[in-house]
Design a protein. Sequence first.
Length: 431
Amino acid sequence: MDVGPVAVAGASATSPRFGGISSSRPDESTLRDTWRWFALSRLLIWFVGCTAVAALSTATLNLHQYDPAGISTSFGQVGNVLSAPAVRWDAIWYLQIAEHGYRTAQDAGFLPLYPLLIRIGSLFTGSAVVAGILISLAALFVGLEIIRRLTELELGPRVAGTTVKLIAFGPLALFMSAVYTESLFVALSAGTFYAARRGRWWLAGVLGGLAALSRIGGSLLLVPVVLLFFYGPRTDLKAQRSGAWWKPKYRFGSEVLWAALIPAASAVFSGYLALRGLGADATLHAQQTYWAHRIALPVTAVWQGAGAAWHELGQEITGVSVPFSQSDSILQFAAFAVAVVFLVGVFRRLPVAYGTYVILGLLQALAAPTIGDPLRGLDRYASMRFPLFMCAAAWAVERGSERKLLVILVLLLVFFTIQFATWQWVGSAVL
């Protein structure tokens, strides 16, 4: 697959490969387009998820094991059906933390911004679940619009529109409206890029800091912000230097110090955990102790992930039952392979800050594999790296394959939504 730089159909003359300056005020039609794909994708997810729960029995599941507090079944029969596309798996943890705070060492494995917003939102809605869903939905719409503007700045309006569609209907887009941090993190990370791209360094620092409080690894945004400051492209200032590619194009300025807010936010949360008596390293400890993550070389995780996928494939072919802990190995390795392919395109099509951000995120996931299922969760981690979708959209536009690609993504989204809503492990081979 060629994912290199090719002229993108529909790109305007003011949107060259490394970003011409476009208006920061989109017209009403582009906002309507963003809203259309946002609304249609959420309606699809809710229709499929609710229908699946109503049609497929989950009576045989030990829900107490997954939801000991009974949060997902506390709304009654109708409420449980309506909330099924949003309140499953990790959503239970976020809701518990929102209600009770950080009580145990295991709670420390989840960062505080999203539960805090839920807690505040519940004061107005009267329900933590409703607040969580509304926060995720609002963050998704904002995130899609920011990514559209950012993509238009880099690759032109047609690619921008396609990028919005691919993210809204992505295979793992169901998590974007669930009580999960995905949409909040995407909105904050894309906002960090957009603010830095337009030279609003204080805003980039604030948004990056908030992203660091929403997901583990959010502090990695420090690197692309610094790269954009020194290497650009920037709309606030013309390049001040020229020369070898590795030499900074912009001189040092005090504005770059706003980027320090990003790691500072992580340090503040660590300090809070220490004051609660959980330890400054409680988040890392929780990930290792309760979610079986371990520190390893990324190449080791890839090798073991390939072996797990091959083993699962063999079991599927022979009809042998697949152990639960390895039921998504094929999906995870496929997600890794696709991400690597488009990562090459990100480096070739977009400023180096974008590709660096993606590769740092992948390396972070690979450096902390799960025992028994090395690549678990990598599909979700990759789905939050929006530059991959920007590259995929450009590739699809150049080949006139937007519709075919979208159909494939929608089919996967439907399948995974059914699994999620019915408490199945997303990415397994069964419903």
